[in-house]
Structure formats: structure tokens, C-alpha cells
Design a protein around this ligand. Structure first.
Ligand code: SF4
Ligand code: SF4
Length: 444
């Protein structure tokens, strides 16, 4: 409910930005130095305080949902760095998702934007479709069409978003075909928990080895791992983009599937997915039939590193000789407050040298579909991230989110930097496997 002002609110009554949440903002500005869009654009309306001001003004009917309002809401990366910095605990992510929900219901986007969004939302949340699309894209790479189009610059002329999708495609041979995971994997040793794994959409199709490594790491730590076949998208892309009804439908289905699996915990290895799943109770707050089920489900959700660190297991770690740096995925560090666990576990691996990454919490510009809808802006954040990565001297940069890994890999390739990317769980898995082998490199 908005503060009564006598003016007609620009928002309808469903999923409104919560007045209590925007009144929490005391305009102190402590979030400003952490906001990537403010640091790059330097505009008050492109920082958290300015955006909260705009949300309040629209909520109280002082402004409408204009193209200018939409621009400032969608220039936000939804990285939630402002939440970490805020002394007043403003729940900025929830406010922004609600504001975007209002935009998607009341604002008519230009045709080109509607087409792009329709394309993205009818492809990415559906692993089978994504799999088929990737098979075509492999053909596009193998026939030399990709090299031809890149050489002529035609894609860029046609659409910056299409060119960005093309650039994000891993090079030929760098993406192993996805294999299906066993529905149940038994624990090694005494069973400590029965856990479900969200296999994800992009993670399942483009980063199958990350899911395989996650299952092995969980089993090594005494978990029976269930990967329900009927699971689908968790709805995170839609929730971040204000497509709230489809997001809720995906959330209800995910809750049902994991309830049926009878698991103690639901483990996630993609930061954006985990962050939304831990907040299903907020997404479904107006749904009396699902609110409590959503809250019970959210309490079971754990990021894989948060979970494994909490188990305090004693499985042996072998040597992995690598210099590695760690990039904090926004929805892991700011959305879920998982900061120390991946670092602690990586530091325990013999032979692995973990080097600090300056500004590790600064967004890489991937941000869900931000890199597709705002490609030019996205590249400005990426350039800053690449500068910092290059300074570390690391051979590998790891991050707990598939979007970050695609984005950073694309940037490293463009700069011709010989630094590989990966998920930290792959390194933990390598270390466990190395413990059972003779000495020698496991990564080539
Ligand atoms: S979510 Fe990120 S980009 Fe958006 S206002 Fe907060 S700090 Fe800035
Ligand atoms: S730090 Fe929090 S209270 Fe201060 S301006 Fe930013 S959002 Fe508002």
C-alpha cells in the first residue's frame, strides 16, 4: 500500500513495492560508492537512492510509468551491492522486482524490445529448447558462418543484442554436450542427508560438468543426491525482469517437485537461482495457498558452498596446482551473503594458491539478461572486471554463477588473456579426485 497523497498511484494493487521498504531509506548515500551504475554513469537517478526516490514518486502518483522511469529502473543491474552497504537494511532487490512487475503490466515497450524479450523468455527457461538451439549454434560455428558474420560485422549492424549472444557462445569444442545425471546418487560412507539438486537451465545445458562435479562433491560428503527429472526453470530470470506471473508459476512447480522428492535440503550451484529460491516466500507473498509452503521450501535452500562448508566433512583433498582468483557473483555475495565459504574451502586445497581479486564484488555486467538487453553498458562493467582479473596473475578465475562465467570468458577471449574460467565446485571435485590418484596435473 502506498502512502496516501490524494494522487492516483502509477501502480496497481498487485505486488506493489512495499511502502515500509522504501521508507526504510534514510537517503544517507552510503550505498553510492558501491553501485556500479552510479560509478559508471554518474547520475543520481542511476543510483539506489535515486531509484528508490523514483519508485516512491510513482507509487504516490507524483510521476507516471514513463520511458524515463523505465530507463532508470532497467539500467539497474539488480546486483544488490546497495543492500550490503545499506545501514538501514533497505531491501532494494524486492523493491526493484516489484517496480519492474508494475512496468511490465503497464508499460508498452517498443516492438524491438518486445521481440527480444519474448525470444529470451521463450528460450532460456526451457532446457530442451536451449539444447536444440545450441545444436544449431554448433552447426553455425562448424560451417564457418560464425567466423564470416563476425568478420563482416553484420550482426552488430543488425542488432547489438544478437551480436552479444553470438559473442557469449563458448568457442567450438569448449562446451561438452550435456549428459543427464542419475536421478539418485548414493552417498559415500554414512548417509548424512538426502539433498535435491537444482540442475538449472543454462547450467544444465552449457555447464553440465559443473552439475556433475556438484553431485560428486555432495556424495563425497555423505549426501544422497536426488536430481528430480521433472524439475524445470526456477523462475529467477523472470522474477528479476518483472515477469512476475511466469516467475510464480515456475516457483510453484519447483516447490512441488522438491517436496515430492522428500529432501532435507535443496542445493543450488547457480547464484541467481539460489537467491530467488531463498526468497520464494516474498515472490508468493500475496498467494495465501502457497505463502507458507514457499517459506518452508526457502528455508531448505542452500548454495553448494554454504552447505558443504557447514558439513565440516573430513574427505581427503588431493593436490591441485593452480593459481586461482575468485569473483563474487552478485546474487551469491549480496543476495545470499555467501562470501567466506567458497574462499575457505578453496584455501584448504593443497597446491592451490588463491589470490585476491580487487573489487571482487563489483558486477561483471552479466546480470541475468542485462548483457543482452543493455550490451553496451554491460561491456563497460566487464572491462573494469577484466582489468582487475588481469592484475591478479591468476591462471583461472572462478565464480558461482553460469552467467558470470560466460560473460568473463567472453571478455578474456576478446582480450586474448590466457586465463580460464570455471566454477569453484569443479576445483573442490578435482581435489577430491586427486586424493585418490598419484601426483600430477588433473587440469591440462
Ligand atoms: S542493485 Fe546494483 S546497480 Fe542497482 S541500484 Fe543497487 S547497487 Fe546499483
Ligand atoms: S545506503 Fe540505504 S538508506 Fe542510505 S541511501 Fe542507500 S538505500 Fe538509502
Amino acid at each position: 500500500m502506498a502512502v496516501p497523497t490524494g494522487r492516483k498511484s502509477a501502480f496497481d494493487l498487485h505486488d506493489q513495492p512495499d511502502v515500509e521498504k522504501y521508507l526504510d531509506c534514510i537517503h544517507c548515500g552510503m550505498c553510492l560508492p558501491t553501485c556500479p551504475t552510479y560509478l559508471v554513469l554518474g547520475n543520481e537517478m542511476d543510483n539506489p537512492r535515486g531509484r528508490i526516490y523514483l519508485i516512491r514518486a510513482a507509487s504516490e502518483g507524483q510521476i507516471g510509468i514513463t520511458s524515463n522511469f523505465v530507463k532508470h529502473m532497467y539500467s539497474c543491474l539488480l546486483c544488490r551491492a546497495c543492500e550490503t552497504a545499506c545501514p538501514s537494511s533497505v531491501q532494494f532487490g524486492s523493491l526493484m522486482e516489484a517496480a519492474r512487475g508494475q512496468i511490465e503490466r503497464h508499460y508498452e515497450r517498443p516492438l524491438s524490445e518486445r521481440v527480444l524479450r519474448r525470444f529470451v523468455f521463450s528460450l532460456f527457461p526451457y532446457p530442451e529448447r536451449l539444447q536444440r538451439a545450441l545444436a544449431l549454434l554448433r552447426l553455425y560455428q562448424q560451417t564457418g558462418l560464425q567466423a564470416l558474420l563476425r568478420g563482416t560485422g553484420l550482426l552488430k549492424t543488425l542488432s547489438r543484442s544478437l551480436a552479444m549472444m553470438d559473442a557469449l557462445m563458448p568457442p567450438r569444442g569448449a562446451m561438452p554436450a550435456a549428459r543427464s545425471l542419475p536421478e539418485v546418487t548414493p552417498p559415500e560412507g554414512t548417509r548424512r542427508a538426502r539433498v535435491g539438486l537444482l540442475s538449472g537451465c543454462v547450467q544444465r545445458v552449457m555447464f553440465g560438468p559443473v552439475n556433475e562435479a556438484t553431485v560428486r562433491v555432495l556424495a563425497k560428503n555423505g549426501c544422497e543426491v536426488v536430481v528430480p527429472r521433472e524439475q524445470g526453470c526456477c523462475g529467477s530470470l523472470q522474477a528479476h525482469e518483472g515477469e512476475l506471473e511466469p516467475a510464480k508459476a515456475f516457483a510453484r512447480r519447483t516447490i512441488e517437485v522438491f517436496e515430492r522428492a522428500g529432501v532435507d535440503y535443496v542445493i543450488v550451484n547457480a547464484a541467481g537461482c539460489g537467491s530467488v529460491m531463498k526468497e520464494y516466500h516474498d515472490l508468493l507473498r500475496e498467494d495465501a495457498a502457497w505463502r507458507d509452503r514457499a517459506a518452508a521450501f526457502s528455508r531448505k535452500v542452500r548454495d553448494v558452498f554454504q552447505f558443504v562448508a557447514g558439513l565440516d566433512g573430513d574427505a581427503r583433498l588431493g593436490e591441485v596446482r593452480l593459481t586461482v582468483t575468485y569473483h563474487d557473483a552478485c546474487h551469491l555475495v549480496h543476495g545470499q551473503k555467501v562470501r567466506s565459504e567458497p574462499r575457505t574451502l578453496l584455501k584448504q586445497i593443497p597446491g592451490l594458491k588463491l589470490v585476491d581479486l580487487k573489487e571482487s564484488e563489483f558486477c561483471c555486467g552479466s546480470a541475468g539478461i542485462y548483457n543482452l538487453v543493455e550490451p553496451d553498458l554491460s561491456l563497460r562493467y566487464l572491462e573494469r572486471k577484466l582489468d582487475r582479473i588481469a592484475e591478479t596473475g591468476a591462471e583461472m578465475v572462478v565464480s558461482g554463477n553460469p552467467g558470470c562465467n560466460l560473460q568473463i570468458a567472453m571478455g578474456l577471449e576478446k582480450r586474448n588473456l590466457p586465463i580460464r574460467t570455471g566454477h569453484p565446485v569443479e576445483l573442490l571435485d578435482l581435489a577430491y579426485r586427486a586424493a585418490g590418484r598419484s601426483r600430477g596435473p588433473l587440469l591440462s
